[in-house]
Structure formats: C-alpha cells, structure tokens
Design a protein around this ligand. Structure first.
Ligand code: SAM
Length: 282
C-alpha cells in the first residue's frame, strides 16, 4: 500500500487519505488492521478499511463520550468500556480520580498491542493503570454473562459491520441495561446520521422500550465525514441530560481535568438536535 488509502464505508461516498508512511498492515485474528501516517491527521488506524481513530482529532470523540456522561451523572465510580482497543477512551475515563474501577472488554488483543506501540499519544499509560480490568472477549458475549452493575457503560465500537455488528442489537442493549446501576447511563458510538441514518434510528428504537430517557447528543469530528456524529444516550434517571451549565461548571472544575473540546457549555448544547436527527430519534 502506498499513495492513497480509500475508506468506502458510505457506499457511493468515499474518503481518501494520503499515506505518508505505513507503520503496520496485517490481518489480526479478527480483522484487517492498518496504522499509517498522514500529514494532516497524524497517525491513523483503520480496521477492515474503515478509519477508526486519528491522532489529530481523537480528543473530540473521546472527550465527548467519556467526560460528558461522567459529569452529567455526577458520581460515577464503576465504568465499563466495550471495544475501545486504541485506549483513548480508557485514558479519558481514568482522568477522573473518583472512578475506582474500569472494565474494558475488547475483542482484539492485537489492536491493543499495536496501539500501545504506535499510538502512545492516544492511549498514554492507560493500560498500566491499576484501576483497569482488561478482558479480551466479544463484548456481546461478555454482557450476556455479566452479573455486575456499572454506573456508566460506554460502547466504543466499530461500525455495525463485521465483529462490531452484534454491538448494535436489541439483545446487546438489553443486556447492557441489566448491568447498569439504577441511575446508570449507557452511551454509544452511533455513526454520522447524515450518512448512517438507519443506524441511529435502529439504536433509538431498541433504546426506547428499555430506558426512561433516550436521545442522542452530537459532536463534529472531522475524521467521521458527513456532518456531526451521534452518540446514543439511554438512562432510567430522567433529567441527567438537563443538568445546568452552572452545576456542570462546578463538577468540571472539581474534576481538575483539562480538555481541548469539552466544556460545560458544549455539553449542554450537544443535546440540541437538528430536525433531521430529532426525527430519527423520535
Ligand atoms: N472511535 C472508533 C470509531 O468510531 O469507529 C472506534 C474505535 S475502537 C478502535 C473500536 C474497537 O471495537 C476495535 O478495537 C474493535 O476491535 C472493537 N470491537 C469490534 N467488535 C467488537 C466486539 N464484538 N466486542 C468487543 N470489541 C469489539
């Protein structure tokens, strides 16, 4: 591989990245894994031809999927991450000193090993944190057998193709709900609704019968082309998405976390949905 790499996730719409240097290109036990360098985006990881994460804009995705639900909840102690092999989500979650334990369930050990080697800017030392319980397993199977309760479950998955498909099913979400504490929150990577409307609509239709409050919130991440990305939100504690900016400011200051995208104001605004997205949620 040299020159350009094409991502063909969206059918008739393809994205090209120039490849300056290939760092890894091989088949793992579960998927094709490529890590390469691009002038604008830095190091980029792709699985089965789909861009997963880039050094340059990963902060937007990870900050919004980690800090937003943790600060909305206000007392998160136990977190479960499904997927997230690059370690970026883990790193953000572990920045919260009140988080006592993080269980991360990743299907593909090679993604973790290669991320540690080639993407240290994304995962830092997160995999060495004593609060981490790392499980190498299919996330769907893990949830089926899980008997623990978590304050927050983050589904940091690939798109609903290949091994990630099971993480977008009714059964999986129902098993997640069963493992949430009473006021727990489930958040999910739900694609770019302009290109992947069915994905969000389907997740929301599965969330509705199992959660009191279901919606999505949004952030624009340049790598995931086609407009803002949607993050699914499900909880039985109504009102968690409506915590005031003033209260979020207090919680954010107390966390002493520094961010490049997340602010309490952005947090509240992320729940304001454009009409075409609200219609998918309803
Ligand atoms: N930010 C990315 C995105 O939006 O596309 C997702 C990043 S992360 C690299 C996705 C991870 O999900 C991968 O490491 C992949 O191995 C993992 N994964 C896919 N299917 C899985 C499954 N069934 N159980 C657990 N992990 C899974």
């Amino acid at each position: 591989m040299s020159g350009w790499i094409t991502e063909a996730l969206h059918g008739d719409f393809h994205t090209n990245f120039r490849v300056n240097k290939v760092l890894f290109d091989n088949q793992t036990e579960h998927q094709n894994l490529v890590i390469y360098e691009n002038e604008i985006y830095g190091r980029v990881m792709a699985l089965d031809g789909v861009t997963q994460i880039t050094e340059r804009d990963e902060f937007i995705y990870h900050e919004m999927l980690a800090h937003l639900p943790i600060l909305a909840h206000g007392n998160v102690r136990k977190v479960l991450i499904i997927g997230g092999g690059d370690g970026g989500m883990l790193e953000e979650v572990l920045k919260h000193k009140d988080v006592d334990k993080v269980t991360m369930v990743e299907l593909d050990r090679t993604v973790i090993e290669l991320s540690k080697e080639h993407l240290p800017m994304i995962c830092g030392d997160a995999f060495d944190d004593p609060r981490l319980d790392l499980v190498i397993k299919d996330g769907c199977l893990f949830m089926k057998e899980c008997c623990e309760k978590y304050d927050l479950i983050i589904v940091d998955s690939t798109d609903p193709i290949g091994p990630g498909e099971v993480l977008f099913t009714d059964n999986f979400y129902t098993d997640c709900k069963k493992c949430l504490s009473e006021d727990g929150i489930l958040v999910t990577q739900n694609g770019v609704p302009f290109h992947q409307a069915t994905e969000l609509k389907s997740t929301m239709s599965f969330f509705k019968p199992i959660f009191e409050e279901t919606t999505c919130y949004m952030a624009t991440i340049p790598t995931y082309v086609g407009g803002p990305m949607a993050f699914g939100w499900g909880t039985d504690k109504a009102g968690l998405k409506d915590v005031s900016v003033a209260e979020l400011q207090v919680r954010f200051a107390a966390s002493e976390i520094e961010t490049d995208y997340y602010t309490p104001e952005v947090h509240r605004a992320a729940f304001a949905l454009p009409k075409y997205v609200q219609e998918l949620v309803d």
